[in-house]
Design a protein around this ligand. Structure first.
Ligand code: MG
Length: 267
């Protein structure tokens, strides 16, 4: 899940807390695996939601998105965000949304385990997709890893943002500006914000945080084949590209260390 604004201060996690977050992230990765195996033409996004919820609860977790509050909107009704084609994020799972051959689907899941959250997302094709669309997915996924590789001392969050931006721009795609990565811990959305771009000149409200061991945050580039402007549908959740272009979303929650970051949302 992505965030528009920061909610609380940067919380540095202890090694024990990171061990718990690694478990939360492992459950997210297992839910991803189970959904990846289930994605095919004819499957509804409600069925994928059920699969993810079952994996999470079977491992002693709680779906973090379920009941998530948002001002002016009903509490989030599902375990996953299932966003198809030009839907970018926060698509509501539904028995009426049936995957078709050639669609792309972005699946985002959060799991709370022993009070700590893991948050992760990926986009995949349904059946066969054209090479040009696969390239959008590949560039978006690689931009996530570019951001992870930039998440080392003595960098700041701004370095992570600029690395993602430079990589995506080099491939000619749009970078969504309204939604960003974010700190993750006891809350799904903590400081620091980790945008996927950075303004060239100083702007009010933009804070670059020096990375510190024990910082945990989600990096989640959202990349569009066309223009990067988005709008929200009348359901108050689903975010789509304004021009209807395809878009992709990849996300991992990571922990900063003295060395390489730890990818928490991995099996
Ligand atoms: Mg997120």
């Amino acid at each position: 899940m992505a965030v528009r604004q920061q909610r609380s201060g940067v919380q540095i996690k202890t090694p024990d807390e990171i061990t718990i977050m690694r478990e939360a992230g492992r459950i997210v990765a297992r839910a991803h695996q189970a959904m990846r195996e289930a994605v095919r033409p004819g499957v509804s996004t409600a069925a994928l939601d059920k699969i993810a919820e079952t994996v999470i609860r079977d491992h002693g977790g709680i779906p973090s998105f379920l009941g998530y509050p948002k001002q002016g909107a009903p509490d989030y009704p599902g375990t996953i965000n299932a966003s198809i084609n030009h839907e970018l994020v926060h698509g509501l799972p539904s028995p009426k949304r049936i995957l078709k051959e050639g669609d792309i689907i972005s699946l985002d899941v959060g799991c709370t385990y022993q009070g700590f959250v893991g948050d992760g997302a990926f986009t995949m094709g349904v059946g066969e997709i054209p090479p040009a669309v696969q390239r959008l997915l590949d560039v978006t996924e690689e931009s996530l890893y570019v951001g992870i590789r930039a998440s080392v001392l003595p960098n700041e969050t701004r370095d992570v943002s600029e690395a993602i931006q430079a990589y995506v721009a080099r491939h000619g795609y749009g970078i969504v500006r309204e939604y960003t990565g974010h700190g993750v811990g006891r809350d799904m959305h903590e400081e620091p914000q980790v945008p996927n771009w950075w303004p060239r000149s100083r702007q009010r409200g933009w804070v670059s945080y020096p990375l510190q061991p024990g910082m945990t945050y989600a990096i989640e580039p959202m990349v569009t084949a066309g223009r990067s402007d988005t709008r929200e549908l009348s359901d108050k959740w689903t975010v789509v590209t304004r021009d209807g272009s395809l878009c992709a979303h990849f996300e991992h929650t990571i922990a900063i260390t003295e060395g390489e970051p730890i990818i928490l949302t991995a099996v």
